[in-house]
Design a protein around this ligand. Structure first.
Ligand code: AMP
Ligand code: GLY
Length: 406
């Protein structure tokens, strides 16, 4: 089959690699893609959040399946435009993607579906913000209501800082702080049934030991050697299935990845966030262990035939991803510096480009992902750090404590 993959980040490079490894995928077209993805398929320049442009590319490239990677095109309605052309698409339509696009919509769906999550207030005025900060107390959790690429959330003991961030947001959600380890579970959904992938853990803060500001994610590993045996079944039964059923009951069935971000709190499992796509940097190690053919799996989901696909198969062992971030991340970054050592298998590109002379340069906040595999998390970690140490970027930075001590 011919697959058109929309996106250009680290998540899409991982998805492209898994699609290219599936024998049923004869042709892979990436739009816009990145220099790493260019080794796996043809890259076509496009505005990925323009529904008409993506739908027309899907038609002219005779795609049998379109996979929409990032949240921005999903929220913009790219999947709807492709579906309207009669082409199977993996990724939710605009309405269902609001589960990620609007924190208050997600809270409303979770309340209706009885899904456990932090208590929250959606605030439009300074008075409401101050009342909510005082109601929940410190640590304060303040979230921009819209899409913010993982950077719209401030968690702080400092009421002034919390208030300043809240006043900077057009609409803001203030919520109760959730303690305990975080887990990400990606659920492949076809609108009627669903399959869980392996659970993973993400390292959100820029600094070691979880210090400093939140980022899109600085590293991840899978599976979770410390997790209870029934964790995945519990998340499916209490979070994913009720959420998917609620979206279907509202007339907007969800086809794509329901990303369940959870905290295992002292009061039980609670949702931190729901997203409408694979998580980055967790999907890289997860797909490194997937043995089932990803193209066939996503095609089955896109055509409502997940029931026929059967259970997913995974390689034994573990995988670890270490992100190399650019100088300044998660703030303003330096663009255009050369990147060396990023051609190894296991190095997945995110914020890279080729300059006029063909030199690979850093253009984004998160530059590359270094994915190692092994029989255990500890072994996979050694391989991931070997790759990370081989990548040279002036001012580049990576955490040394990803998957440490497991
Ligand atoms: P979000 O964009 O909602 O995923 O939030 C980004 C990160 O902020 C999460 O992965 C958590 O590390 C942290 N966070 C968000 N909500 C809470 C909460 N209610 N309690 C504690 N930490 C949170
Ligand atoms: N790993 C965080 C995210 O993809 O939102």
């Amino acid at each position: 089959m011919r697959v058109l993959l929309i996106g250009s980040g680290g998540r899409e490079h991982a998805v492209a690699a898994a699609l290219a490894a599936d024998e049923s995928v004869e042709t892979l077209i990436c739009a816009p893609g990145n220099p790493g993805m260019a080794r796996l398929g043809e890259c076509v320049r496009i505005n990925q959040s323009d529904p008409a442009a993506v739908a027309s590319l899907a038609v002219t490239s005779a795609a049998d399946l379109v996979v929409v990677g990032p949240e921005a095109p999903l929220v913009a309605g790219v999947a709807d435009a492709v579906r309207a052309k009669g082409i199977p698409v993996y990724g939710p339509g605009r309405e269902a993607a609001r589960i990620e696009g609007s924190k208050s919509f997600a809270k409303d769906v979770m309340a209706a579906a009885g899904v456990p999550t932090a208590r929250a207030r959606s605030c439009g005025t300074r008075e409401a913000i101050e009342a909510a900060l005082d109601e929940f107390g410190a640590p304060h959790v303040v979230k921009d209501d819209g899409l913010a690429a993982g950077k719209g959330v401030v968690v702080t003991e400092d009421r002034e800082e919390a208030l300043t961030h809240a006043l900077d947001c057009e609409r803001v959600v203030i919520e109760e702080y959730l303690d305990g380890p975080e887990v990400s579970l990606f659920v492949i959904a076809d609108g009627k049934s669903a399959r869980a992938m392996l659970p993973a853990q993400d390292y959100k803060r820029i600094g070691e030991d979880g210090l400093g500001p939140n980022t899109g994610g600085m590293g991840a590993y899978t599976p979770l050697p410390w997790a209870p045996d029934d964790l995945v079944a519990d998340i499916m039964g209490r979070v994913a299935e009720p959420t998917l059923a609620e979206l279907a009951a509202r007339g907007t069935p969800f086809v794509g990845t329901l990303y369940c971000g959870l905290a295992l709190t002292s009061k039980g499992l609670k949702v931190v966030e729901l997203n409408a796509r694979f998580g980055d940097p967790e999907v890289q190690p997860i797909l490194a262990l997937l043995e089932s053919p990803l193209g066939e799996l996503l095609y089955a989901a896109a055509t409502g035939k997940l029931e026929d696909f059967g259970p997913l198969w995974w390689r034994e062992g573990a995988a670890v991803n270490v992100v190399i971030a650019n100088e300044g991340y998660p703030g303003e970054v330096v663009k255009g510096r050369p990147v060396y050592g990023a051609d190894e298998a296991g190095v997945l590109h995110a914020g890279t480009a080729l300059d006029a002379s063909g030199q690979l340069i850093a253009t984004g906040g998160r530059v590359v992902n270094c994915v190692g595999t092994g029989d255990s998390v500890a072994q996979a970690r050694v391989e991931a750090y070997e790759l990370a140490d081989g990548v040279k970027l002036e001012g580049g930075y990576h955490r040394r404590d990803i998957a440490a001590g497991l």
